[in-house]
Design a protein around this ligand. Sequence first.
Ligand SMILES: [Zn+2]
Ligand SMILES: [Zn+2]
Ligand SMILES: [Zn+2]
Ligand SMILES: [Zn+2]
Length: 411
Amino acid sequence: MGSNMNDMKSLQETNLDEEGDQEFELEDVDDGDEEEEVEEYVTLGLVEKPKNPKFLLRHLFPSKAGGVPAWLDPVDLPQEKSRICGFCGEPLQFLLQIYAPISEESSTFHRILYVFMCPSMSCLLRDQHEQWKRREDNPCRSVKVFRCQLPRCNPFYSSEPPKRDGIDKPLTVGAALCSWCGTWKGEKVCSSCRRARYCSEKHQALHWKSGHRNHCRQIVNYSETSSSSPDSSSNRLPAVGKVACSTLWPEYEIIIEDECAFDTEAFEDYNCATSLVPKNMKTDDSYQFMLDKFEADENKRTWASFQERIAKCPKQVLRYCRDPKAKPLWPLSIGCPSVANIPKCNYCNGPICYEFQIMPQLLFYFGVRNDPDSLDWGTIAVYTCSASCGSSISYKEEFAWVQLYPTAPMT
Ligand SMILES: [Zn+2]
Ligand SMILES: [Zn+2]
Ligand SMILES: [Zn+2]
Ligand SMILES: [Zn+2]
């Protein structure tokens, strides 16, 4: 024993490898003007087509975007009411997950954060208004974050690091998932074939229309004949249980890089300083009240420093820094949360802190169109329990703050 699982690529571990146990000593390379911004140590996430989709399975503790989630606890999955969009009621779609263990605690030996969202932009616009509400008022959300953690010794995985040889397996099978989305627990069973499973009636209806109507009859016919002739080969049974839905976002592996690795010439090439305002930036009534509160210059300055920072590595889809001093890199100065807007942990009532943010570049890799009603955001900042507290609930809901670019008014 004593092996450190150090072949697992985790965000947290990259941190530790680089920094050892010491506090981050900041080499301040600021030109020393206006803000005393602390250049904290940020890890970037980039996406790559998976070399082998098997490497994204749950027993390899992947960080991944798109496709279906790799559930760390494969049994006690999120309940029905926490997995639907608060506005349209559709099951949420998997956006990404990051493997981010906290090595100081044994309970967080494995730790994965999951982000889901409704692909509807009109739901996200409504979500904007809800995120300002206090958590006690039970705001509806179209973006949800779950935290799941396990100690090294747990019922689901070997305590030894996976070999990644294509042979290693999880110790348990896990709950049956929805035959349509492959994402959520399939609690409902098709009443005719009793094989297909669904997370929701909506997904059952979609599957039925897209071909299960015929499949289902074949399965039923097959099981009727096979009960009279038990010799028939079972491989004639049409496959159920595969993900039938074709609208999931494309699957990527998330690759980890240190931001400081990009602190080089690339910086000199950067010449976006002229585009101080995003292309789709226009003001409208729903944002006017916020704009009025700020000097326009303030916004431009925030946008310029945002551009400058991401220009070091324009492909980044994620920025990670679990440090109490860390703050999200906001594209705009409007629509940022104040301290009072950040709720307490739902479970321990302790403070929550910023942990990572998702950049709009991910939408480009997902092939989301650039239409006015297509999904878009400035950034999604995720805040998690500072203590990463434990409780009997496997998937604990954490907090997301979505900053949108001012665009079309709500309809
Ligand atoms: Zn929705
Ligand atoms: Zn489903
Ligand atoms: Zn059926
Ligand atoms: Zn907590």
